[in-house]
Design a protein around this ligand. Structure first.
Ligand code: ZN
Length: 151
C-alpha cells in the first residue's frame, strides 16, 4: 500500500467529472487500498478518487472505525429528510461550514468483487455519501455551504 498525495482547492482536477470504472482491474484494487490508507493517515472519514488526482468514480468512506465502505460507480438512488451540520474536506484544509443535506441517503454502487449493492446511511454517513459522490461530479461542499464557520 502507498500513501497518495491529496490535491487541494485550486487544482483543476477537483472540478472535473470523473469517469465510470468499467472493469475491476488490479490497478483499481490498489487504488482502493491506497485511498483507504491515505484517508486513515489524513484522519478523514471519506475520500474520493479525484482528490488523489484520479478521475474515476470511486470513493471510500469510514464513519465507523474498522468498517470501511468502498463505493465504485456510486449513485444516489433515494433520499429523504433534511439535516444541517458541519462539514469539512481533506482538500480544503482549515475550512468548515454548515451544509444542508438529506438525513437518509441510499446509494447503489459496485464493490471490489464487481457486485452491485445498495447501502442506506443516516446522519453523518448520509452526509459522507453526498459529499464524496459530489466530488465525482466536480462539486465541493463550499458550493452548497449555507454558513461558514469561523475558526
Ligand atoms: Zn471532500
Amino acid at each position: 500500500m502507498a500513501k497518495l498525495h491529496i490535491v487541494k482547492l485550486g487544482d483543476d482536477v477537483l472540478r472535473k467529472t470523473a469517469r465510470p470504472v468499467e472493469a475491476i482491474t488490479p490497478r483499481i484494487l490498489t487504488l482502493l487500498d491506497d485511498m483507504l490508507e491515505t484517508m486513515h493517515d489524513a484522519g478523514g472519514v471519506g475520500l474520493a478518487a479525484p482528490q488523489v488526482g484520479v478521475l474515476r468514480r470511486i470513493c471510500v468512506i469510514e464513519v465507523e472505525e474498522g468498517h470501511p465502505i468502498e463505493l465504485i460507480n456510486p449513485k444516489i438512488i433515494a433520499y429523504s429528510g433534511e439535516q444541517e451540520a458541519e462539514e469539512g474536506c481533506l482538500s480544503i484544509p482549515n475550512k468548515w461550514g454548515i451544509t444542508k443535506r438529506p438525513m437518509h441517503v441510499t446509494v447503489r454502487a459496485m464493490n471490489r468483487e464487481g457486485e452491485t449493492f445498495d447501502i442506506t446511511g443516516s446522519d453523518l454517513l448520509a452526509r459522507a455519501f453526498c459529499h464524496e459522490i459530489d466530488h465525482l461530479d466536480g462539486k465541493l461542499f463550499i458550493d452548497c455551504m449555507v454558513e461558514e464557520i469561523e475558526e
